[in-house]
Design a protein. Structure first.
Length: 417
């Protein structure tokens, strides 16, 4: 009777290898967080647990498990996803975890960690890892996403590739920050990895760097941008598609940009700053830029700039001039956009790369003697020059094959047309 009462109060038991020092240490760190959601922690060696699971000893200790009161249990990455259901801030993991290929990736990642540890004499140690581990997700996740190309709709493959690149880069920034000596708490780590789209790991994970709480007007602005994006996404294309499908696709795509990059991501920034965490908006009024360098370096998607500067520009700068290093960064950005735009569309190859190379040469031009003399990097002339270089060739970035084969089918799938 007591056991039945206890089980009714619990959401389940998180089970770990009690003879593993690393596993026991992680259980100790997570205990308060899990018990707050009525998830108890027990060693897998507990007699009634072994009897309930009925697994051979080697299989029993191969991975952590979650045992629910109804007797159903989950292991490894599946257990992590099931545990995440009890925490509201883990919704991004729950969302992408429903995608079959993502679930396979998570399982593979969990088993890789499990295989690279050794347990003996009551201790458990992870083998010494090299920098290869830092770059491994960025190298493998996009390759795994490629497996989806012929299995799902083009727009689904686009998001899969985007998420693969995003989380590979996310892991890279996290590992780099930890390597430098930052030791964030569990909540802050999970917040950075699962609920913040920025790549500013050093600022976000540093508990000593406290952000100023945002004003009410900023909340209103972020909500308004989300509303505007929603109108562009779900209302305008319906009336435009019969007249001009390409224009409808462009309108819907702008709606996604406003809804996510300008709206939702801004709200996430406000939330984290309200919590005292330094997480500045990724979009810093791009339309206010008076130079191309300012636009790409300080105002448009600062997450990519942070990543590119640290892991691409700075290493290349040691071997080349600043202009050449910057041009190579723009070229890399073009290749990334080829993977997310041209590859799903099955056409338009080379156009996104050409677009970003134009941006790179534009930055070189505005910093040249002629560009400085013409005022391309400041004031009204700089603003017009930036507007011209960024918008005039933008149809090469989001080319017609991408709109027709990816965006329009996506709009139809989500009920926007």
């Amino acid at each position: 009777m007591n056991t039945e009462i206890t089980e009714n109060k619990l959401n389940g038991w998180v089970l770990y290898d009690g003879d593993c020092r690393l596993c026991a240490d992680m259980a100790r760190r997570f205990r308060r967080l899990l018990e707050g959601r009525h998830l108890d922690l027990l060693p897998l060696q507990t007699p009634w647990v072994k009897a309930r699971l009925g697994l051979p000893e080697k299989q029993l200790l191969s991975e952590m498990r979650l045992l629910r009161p109804d007797g159903k249990y989950f292991g490894g990455a599946d257990a992590v996803l099931e545990i995440g259901r009890h925490f509201w801030w883990a919704w991004p993991l729950q969302l992408i975890g429903r995608i079959p290929v993502v679930k396979k990736i998570l399982r593979a990642g969990y088993w890789w960690i499990a295989r690279n540890r050794t347990c003996g004499k009551g201790a458990c140690e992870i083998k010494k890892q090299s920098r290869v581990v830092d770059f491994l997700p960025l190298a493998t996740l996009p390759c795994l996403a490629l497996l989806l190309r012929t299995q799902v709709a083009a727009w689904v493959f686009m998001w899969a590739m985007a998420f693969a690149l995003f989380w590979g880069c996310k892991w890279l920034t996290y590992r780099e920050t930890i390597r430098r000596g930052t030791r964030p708490g569990l909540a802050r780590t999970l917040g950075y990895l699962l609920a913040w789209p920025g790549m500013d790991a050093t600022d976000f994970l540093n508990a000593q760097k406290v952000a100023v709480k945002p004003r009410r007007a900023e909340w209103i602005l972020a909500i308004a941008k989300m509303g505007f994006g929603g109108v562009l996404l779900w209302m305008v294309p319906r009336t435009v598609v019969p007249i001009h499908p390409l224009l409808a696709g462009w309108t819907g795509m702008l709606g996604v940009v406003f809804l996510l990059h300008f709206g939702l991501f801004h709200l996430l920034s406000l939330f984290w700053r309200r919590m005292g965490i330094h997480a500045m908006p990724l979009m810093q009024c791009p339309v206010c830029a008076t130079s191309l360098a300012e636009f790409w370096g300080k105002r448009w998607n600062t997450a990519f700039h942070e990543l590119a500067f640290r892991f691409t520009f700075r290493p290349i700068r040691r071997l080349a001039t600043p202009a050449m290093a910057g041009l190579l960064v723009f070229g890399l950005s073009g290749l990334i956009h080829e993977a997310v735009i041209s590859l799903p569309a099955g056409g338009g190859y080379g156009w996104p790369t050409l677009y970003f190379l134009i941006q790179g040469f534009g930055v070189i031009a505005e910093r040249s003697r002629f560009g400085r003399g013409m005022g391309f990097g400041r004031g009204a002339r700089g603003w017009f020059f930036t507007l011209l270089i960024t918008l005039a060739p933008v149809f090469w970035l989001f080319h017609p094959p991408f709109i027709h084969h990816v965006i329009l089918p996506m709009l139809t799938a989500i009920g926007a047309t």
